[in-house]
Design a binder for this molecule. Structure first.
Ligand code: FAD
Length: 390
């Protein structure tokens, strides 16, 4: 109980069901037991701990909103959000792994896949027996995925896939990849690429200072023969991958708040114990300003996320609302991590405390799934009706 106190300044727990609280507690306990003791070592050595996958599967964190019929947990959006919050209190890499598997791999198969694809992949993905990744970003097309050049050509009995994807989470450990490519009519389609297909490789991206416990890599396709049954039949156009991102971004909004909570908890406890000039540093106004602003921002972000979750449950959340919540959570989390780092003084730069690790991780979280700038421009377009980013 000394770890992970949940800041709840506005009695937001009253808005949660008993089931929500129970789910949050079970994920929190798992993070304490399975993630916290080894995460620092995983980050220092830059290794992804694959064993987390089946354990997250058992907890129901992989595809929480996918119906039970397909191996998912059949839970609501608030439960999904709380799971992501608790995972990211542990580390953004753990939450990223679950986000990719649930929102970027299971969601498109569930939403755009054939019945046979759903039966074949979803239960194994939900259990964490197989790992998936999502290939949208290319070396020359990040914020502008519509410009992608990865190509899918129809050869009659099969397709041929050529091109490459970059910055792909889980790629080096993935058994399958959901890959977005243009067909001969320049329409974006999605295919399921399996490890072992000839001409398909996943070189690892090394030397990251952020998300070090997450495996990131490229997806390279050199004349890869894709069976026709691996095409996602219902996915056409950029709106298909964007709908997956909407689901993942929603989880990120909750997750980043989890990282912020861990930084706040750490800074508050440290400030009350650390004495300088004869008293705890928590007694100085400048430290209190930082702590008070942290809890204020965490509280606002919690309420925004909760409201977004209820809108999502009612199928009323818009992509622009999700952009705002994702951006806000990243903004406040990064600021809180930085302030927490300063409150800890020199100790703040060490791996004794989780703060510097969160701070570095959040640099990726701010950039992936739509950058901070792009999400701001999405809000701008939504309120003015004028697109400023093309
Ligand atoms: P760019 O698009 O080149 O942007 C560079 C800068 O220019 C940014 O600040 C951006 O905001 C700004 N900019 C661009 N266009 C505009 C504009 N119109 N107006 C104002 N500013 C603009 N992708 C996947 O497909 N799958 C994954 O699993 C995945 N995992 C990732 C994991 C990590 C650790 C990281 C770092 C990235 C991952 N990504 C993944 C890629 C990520 O989604 C992209 O990095 C992101 O979309 C931005 O693209 P980019 O890096 O090419 O930046």
């Amino acid at each position: 109980t000394d770890l992970f106190q949940s800041p709840d300044y506005f009695q937001i727990d009253d808005l949660l069901s008993e089931e929500h609280k129970w789910i949050r507690e079970s994920v929190r306990q798992w993070v304490k037991k399975a993630v916290s003791p080894i995460i620092e070592d995983c980050c220092q050595r830059a290794v992804f701990h694959k064993e987390w996958f089946p354990q997250m599967g058992e907890l129901g964190c992989l595809g929480p909103t996918i119906p039970q019929e397909y191996g998912g947990s059949g839970l609501d959006e608030i439960a999904y959000g709380l799971m992501m919050q608790e995972l990211e209190r542990g580390d953004s890499a753990v939450r990223s792994a679950a986000s990719v598997q649930g929102s970027l791999v299971m969601f498109p198969i569930f939403t755009y896949g054939s019945e046979a694809q759903k039966r074949k992949y979803l239960p194994a993905l939900a259990k964490g027996e197989i790992i998936g990744c999502f290939g949208l970003t290319e070396p020359d097309h990040g914020s502008n995925p519509a410009g992608m050049t990865t190509r899918l050509t129809d050869q009659g009995d099969y397709f041929i896939l050529n091109g490459s994807k970059m910055w792909i989470s889980n790629a080096p450990v993935a058994d399958i990849a959901i890959v977005w490519a243009k067909d001969e009519q320049d329409q974006i389609r999605g295919v399921i690429v399996e490890r072992g297909m000839e001409g398909f490789s996943t070189p690892e991206t090394k030397g990251k200072w952020s998300l070090r416990a997450s495996a990131t890599g490229e997806l390279v396709f050199d004349q890869v023969k894709i069976p026709k049954e691996n095409l996602l039949p219902e996915a056409r156009g950029l709106k298909a991958p964007l709908s997956c991102l909407s689901s993942a971004r929603y989880g990120i909004a909750w997750g980043a708040v989890g990282a912020a909570m861990d930084c706040y908890d750490t800074a508050l406890r440290y400030a009350k114990e650390r004495k300088q000039f004869g008293k705890p540093i928590a007694g100085f106004q400048l430290i209190q300003k930082k702590l008070a602003e942290m809890i204020t921002e965490i509280t606002k972000a919690q309420l925004l996320n909760w409201r977004l979750g209820t809108l999502k449950n009612a199928h009323k959340a818009t992509p622009a609302q999700i952009s705002m919540a994702k951006r806000n959570a990243c903004e406040i989390a990064a600021r809180i991590a930085r302030d927490a780092r300063q409150i800890l003084g020199a100790m703040g730069i060490t791996g004794e405390y989780p703060v510097m690790r969160h701070l570095m991780n959040l640099e990726s979280v701010i950039t992936y799934e739509g950058t901070h700038e792009i999400h701001l421009l999405i809000t701008g377009e939504d309120i003015t009706g004028i697109n400023a980013f093309v």
